[in-house]
Design a protein around this ligand. Sequence first.
Ligand code: AMP
Ligand code: MG
Length: 432
Amino acid sequence: MLAARHNRRMNQPGPSPLAAGDPQLGVDAARAAIAAALRPIEGSETVPLLQAGGRVLAADLVSPIDVPAHDNSAMDGYAFVGSALAAEGPSAFSVVATVYAGQPFDGAVGAGECVRIMTGAVMPAGLDTVVPQELCRAESGRIVVEAGVMRRGENRRRRGEDLAAGKPALRAGRLLKPADIGLAASLGFEALEVKRRLRVALFSTGDELRAPGQALDPGCIFDSNRFALLAALQRLGFEAIDLGLVRDDPAALEAAFETAMASADAVLTSGGVSVGDADYTRALLARLGEVAFWKVAMRPGRPFAFGPLRGRGERTSWLFALPGNPVAALVTFYVFAREALLQLAGAVPQPLPLLRARCTSPIRKRPGRTEFQRGVVAPAPEGGWQVGLTGAQGAGILRSMSEANALVVLGHDQGSVAAGDAVDVWLFDGLT
Ligand code: AMP
Ligand code: MG
C-alpha cells in the first residue's frame, strides 16, 4: 500500500513483532507481521450472480465456452473473402444477403460476392474480412473497395480470442467488481461460489462512552468509533456483530471477549484495550491468546494491539485493538485492519494506489514515523492534483476526517513538507 519508495528504506530490525513486551514497530513492519500471521477462513456458499458483487470468489471461474463463441464482425460493413482484394485498383463485390447479430446466415457466398453484416453477427463460412461501411462505396447492388484500404482478416473477431473454453476467467480470491459480474454473466453463470462472509465482532471500551440515543451524562461522550467502524465493515460486505459498549471493568471485558471469540473470525475493539494500560487487560488477553501490544511509529495511532485469540475448540479469532481516539481508530483501521480483514475473508490483497499531489501548505513533520494527515484532493489549476489539509489535525478531531477525501501519507523517513512539494495521498474512495 504505502509507496514502495519509502517502504524500501524502512528496514525494521528488532524483536519479533508478536513477541512479549511492547515492540516499537514501523508501519510497514506492523502490516507485514499482521499479513504473515493471518490465514484465510474456510467455507464458501453459492449465491445468485447479483448477490456476488463485493464478495470474494471462492474458486477459479473456468470458462465453459469460447468467447466469442463464433468468428464475428467487429463492424457494421460488408464481409467478403479477403484474398479477393485486388493489389491495385478497386475491388467490387455484389451484395447477396444481410446478416444480423443473433441470426447466422448459412447460405453460400461465392466469388465476387459479399454480405452486408452487422456488428456481432456471425461471419458466414469462408468469409474472413469486413470492410466498414464508411470505407467503401455502394454502387447499384455492389460495393467497391479501393486498393490499400483494407487488409485481409481485418474487423473479424475470432472465436475464443478473448477467452478459450477451459481457461480461468476469474481467479479465486477475486473481490468481485461490476465488470467481473458482467464477465461471469457473459459466460452464462447464473450463480457464483463465493467465500462465506467474514464475521467481525466489535465493541467500544470506556466508562465515559454513551450510545447515541442515551442521555449524555456529565463528563461523558458519545461512542463514535463503533458506528464509524460498523459503517466501514458494512462497505466491505462483512457480517458485523455489534457487541455495544463495554465498561472499563475486568469482568465486563472478559465477557465481551468470550462472546466475540465464540462468534467471530475477527474482533475489533477501540479504546483502552490497545494501550493495555490496565494490568487486567494484559492479563486477560494473555489468558485468551497471544496478543502483542505495539508502539507503532505512526501518527495518529501509536498504540495498537494485534494477535490471535484462541476460542474453545481451536478456533482462532484475530484481535485488532484500535486506539480510542476517533481519528486514530479509523486511520489504524484503514492502515492495519482493512486489508488484513480482506485477507482473512480469502481475498487476494489488492494494494491501494497512492497518488502524488502538490501540497498547498507546509506541514511540519519529523523523520522516524509515518504520518497520516487528513486532506482534500482536488484538481490543481496548473494540472495534476493538489491537496490541502482539513484544519486542525488532532487525533480526536473526527471532523478533520469527515471533511477529508484522502489521507496525506508522509513516509517514515520524510521530514517537513514545504508548500508546493509533492506528497503521497491515499484516496478514501477505493478504501471502501
Ligand atoms: P483510550 O484509548 O481509551 O484511552 O481513549 C482515548 C481517547 O479516545 C479518549 O479521549 C476517549 O474518550 C476517546 N474514545 C475512546 N473510545 C471512543 C469511542 N468509541 N468513541 C469516541 N471516542 C472514544
Ligand atoms: Mg478508554
